[in-house]
Design a protein around this ligand. Structure first.
Ligand code: CA
Length: 252
């Protein structure tokens, strides 16, 4: 898989609490992609996101992949549960880290399938030709209100409580973890990002940038630039990975 990542502190904050990783798991026929958006004062947010990424990676490195790829999702769930306990343990014992937490959105990508594992309001998308589909459901108060029909997408974008999460990693001993399986076709693009992008750039705009840029690096930075042009209120992270195309081309 080709991949590219872009991250920026934004225009309003002094530290970047977002983290991301792309990692080829040695014993798996798969690649690990992940983004995490940390929260908690005095650098605790950075610690939470970095610890989550490190911990999910270490867990998967120690596992042999199940012979049946249908079992990958369950291993990913165990990896995220382990990670939640580790961040929660650190948050409850280290005085400076009390209350820290993070989002975590992971994609375990094989040749023709991907599993997403998700907690919080970062997102994974699948871009296939001229379509974009959100693969994850935001664990946020406003997303819940949108799903129940009490808010529109547009109202949610400007809602004063738009940053309130219903689930996060590391804030409770157990958390909700969404695992989903997706099939991958040649040329498909997976996009993982933090809410610093999606609070300012809409899904059709994301699709427009990715399908008009012929190059993953340029697309990732163009998306970051778009969020910056609109105020860059938060840290912004974008990760793109593309399944090999039939002709090796970059475009979806
Ligand atoms: Ca954020």
């Amino acid at each position: 898989m080709k991949y590219s990542a872009a991250t920026h502190v934004g225009l309003m904050r002094s530290t970047n609490e977002d983290g991301h990783c792309v990692f080829d798991l040695p014993s798996w026929p798969a690649m690990l992609l992940a983004v995490a958006d940390g929260m908690g004062g005095c650098e605790a947010g950075e610690v939470a996101s970095a610890l989550a990424l490190q911990s999910v990676r270490e867990f998967l490195e120690r596992q042999q992949p199940p012979a049946d790829p249908g079992g990958w999702g369950e291993v990913l769930r165990l990896a995220i549960r382990f990670t939640n306990r580790r961040v929660y343990g650190e948050a409850s014992t280290a005085p400076g880290y009390r209350g820290m937490g993070t989002t975590l959105t992971v994609a375990l990508c094989g040749r023709d399938r991907a599993y997403t594992g998700h907690v919080g309001d970062s997102r994974a998308y699948l871009i296939r030709r001229d379509s974009i589909a959100q693969l994850t459901e935001d664990h946020s108060l406003v997303a819940q209100l949108v799903r129940s029909g009490r808010l529109t997408e547009d109202e949610a974008r400007y809602h004063p409580q738009r940053n309130v999460l219903t689930y996060a990693l590391g804030t409770e001993a157990e958390t909700r973890i969404d695992i989903r399986a997706h099939s991958l076709l040649p040329g498909d693009i997976l996009l993982l990002c933090t809410d610093g992008l999606t609070s300012l750039v809409t899904d059709p705009e994301i699709l427009g940038v990715v399908s008009s840029e012929g190059d993953l690096d340029r697309a990732a930075w163009r998306l970051v630039d778009l969020a910056l042009e609109r105020g860059g209120m938060d840290n912004i992270t974008v990760l793109l990975a593309q399944a090999p195309g039939m002709d090796g081309g970059v475009r979806p």
